[in-house]
Design a binder for this molecule. Structure first.
Ligand code: C2O
Length: 504
């Protein structure tokens, strides 16, 4: 089937924590923005009009592979020019993967203004469909009272912030509110699709008195695994099955709690928690949530994909990225991969790949500030991130998911390949599309370059994306030259934006 949406992206108002009414970016004058729900195999057509008046925008579909459709990835300056105010642009792609995803603006600091929502792909062949009665989409988020793309971002990037301290969110949200109540029937089983749409804060998540059975991680079905508490970095998702009690006189807290280790300084009066309620009919009592340390967070590294996909063969090509946060001596904060801070190129990378002939396999044509790596068709690729920073960073790769073949503890230093480490790689590794690197630790991700396209790899903390913690995977550029046709409205957006798009 074809699912068509007409999205006029507009300013709206929102006050999700009841503390501060602010301008937000909505769709069709409403906020929160709509959930997108489709079935596996559907074609999705989203007609976007940028009705913001003052800023450009674009929509990215987080975790959707867009096989053969990289030009629909919505990464502004990478796979398209951003859509200027008053212009239209159509996203048109097919979705062949089931699971829990989300969509968001990929223009600097715009999704924390509210332009982010769930993107659910239903699956008639869902392997656990007989094990639950109902589905509940449960987005988590952090929330800022001040404008992120203007006020907070200029403060963050400025000389007045030489330590690079990231603004701390004012609140945590659950389903874009702090008053969520979910009514449940005794004995029924619910599948919660939990999505962390945060700009910055990871959240711990648990439901009082109920265990969760994890069955999906970032669009990958897993062998069921019991969890009493989850940890979701920005951009991660889990689906869990939760069975309601047969008999109870009480309601139970659904608890989210921002990971305060991420914050350089915790402001006085910050409430890192958000509480929703699992409401049983007839129950009166609303018990308080237990303190956070009552549980052990679930370790995602041990998850096993249900399809049993084995560890891919040894990599043909390794991309090693040394992460550093620093300033260039001028006091303003930057983020680096291999001493390069990413700068959005003037010509979107995709057009450079399409117009430079054989040179498209030379990373230099993309400009040094894009951190470009050329991936050959069907090569097995390792991405190694060495975190030379005491902070945690959630990394996301567009266009793929990846096997997590190794992830160190805190303070392990850079990854050093050796026979015993390689022998310890799991035989059926967990796959997902967003993964945390621990403070001063490392990880190794592995995937097959079977999806020609231009795919970003970046830290999903919006502050760090904005300060340049991005690399560009240029996958099979010569194949793109012969296979891609770019719709005319993409070039029209570049012309309207007065942005070059022809390459060179
Ligand atoms: Cu959620 Cu680059 O994206």
């Amino acid at each position: 089937a074809t699912v068509t949406k007409d999205f006029n992206i507009t300013w709206a108002y929102g006050n999700p924590d009841g503390a501060f009414n602010r301008s937000v970016i909505g769709i069709n004058n409403q906020w929160p923005i709509p959930k997108i729900e489709v079935n596996k195999g559907d074609r999705v057509v989203i007609n976007v009009f940028n009705g913001l008046g003052n800023v450009s925008t674009a929509l990215h579909f987080h975790g959707i592979f867009l096989r053969g459709q990289t030009e629909m990835d919505g990464a502004a300056g990478v796979t398209q020019c951003s859509i200027p105010p008053g212009s239209s642009f159509t996203y048109n792609f097919t979705v062949d993967q089931p699971g829990t995803y989300w969509y968001h603006s990929h223009v600097k600091a715009q999704y924390p203004e509210g332009l982010r929502g769930p993107f659910i792909v239903h699956d008639p062949d869902m392997p656990f469909k007989d094990q639950y009665d109902e589905e509940i989409v449960l987005p988590l988020s952090d929330w800022y009272h001040q404008m992120v793309s203007t006020t907070l971002m200029s403060r963050f990037i400025s000389f007045a912030n030489p330590t690079g301290a990231e603004p701390v969110p004012d609140a945590a949200l659950m389903n874009d509110t702090q008053n969520l109540q979910i009514h449940v029937q005794p004995g029924k089983t619910y599948m919660f699709r939990i999505i962390n749409m945060a700009a910055f804060a990871a959240q711990y998540f648990w439901i009082e008195g109920h265990t969760m059975r994890v069955v999906e991680v970032d669009g990958v079905y897993t062998e069921p695994a019991e969890a009493s508490m989850l940890y979701l970095t920005a951009a991660q998702r889990y689906s869990v099955l939760v069975t309601a009690k047969n008999e109870t006189g009480a309601n139970f807290a659904i608890q989210g709690s921002m990971d305060q280790d991420l914050f350089d300084a915790v402001p006085d009066g910050l409430n890192p928690n958000v509480t929703g309620w699992l409401v049983y009919d007839g129950a009166k009592e609303l018990p308080k949530a237990q303190p956070l340390d009552a549980f052990e967070p679930f370790d995602d590294f041990g998850l096993v994909p249900q399809d049993g996909e084995k560890l891919l063969d040894k990599a043909d090509y390794t991309v090693t990225l040394d992460l550093k946060m620093d300033n260039l001596g001028d006091g303003a904060n930057y983020a680096f991969f291999n001493d390069i801070t990413y700068v959005v190129p003037k010509v979107p990378t995709i057009y450079t790949a399409l117009t430079t002939g054989d040179l498209a396999t030379n990373p230099a044509v993309y400009g040094v500030n894009t951190n470009a790596f050329i991936l050959k068709k069907d090569d097995i690729v390792d991405i190694v991130v060495n975190n030379n920073d005491p902070g945690k960073h959630p990394f996301h790769l567009h266009g793929h998911n990846f096997q997590v073949v190794s992830r160190s503890a805190d303070e392990a230093g850079p990854f050093v390949a050796n026979a015993s480490i390689e022998a310890a790689f799991p035989s059926v590794p967990m796959r997902r599309d967003t993964i945390l690197v621990r403070p001063n630790g490392n990880f190794v991700l592995r995937f097959r370059a079977d999806n020609p396209g231009i795919w970003l790899f970046h830290c999903h903390i919006e502050w760090h994306t904005a300060s340049g913690l991005i690399a560009t995977m240029i996958e099979s550029p010569l194949e793109l030259q012969s296979s891609l046709t770019i719709p005319e409205d993409h070039y029209a957006a570049c012309r309207a934006a007065k942005q070059p798009f022809k390459g060179n």
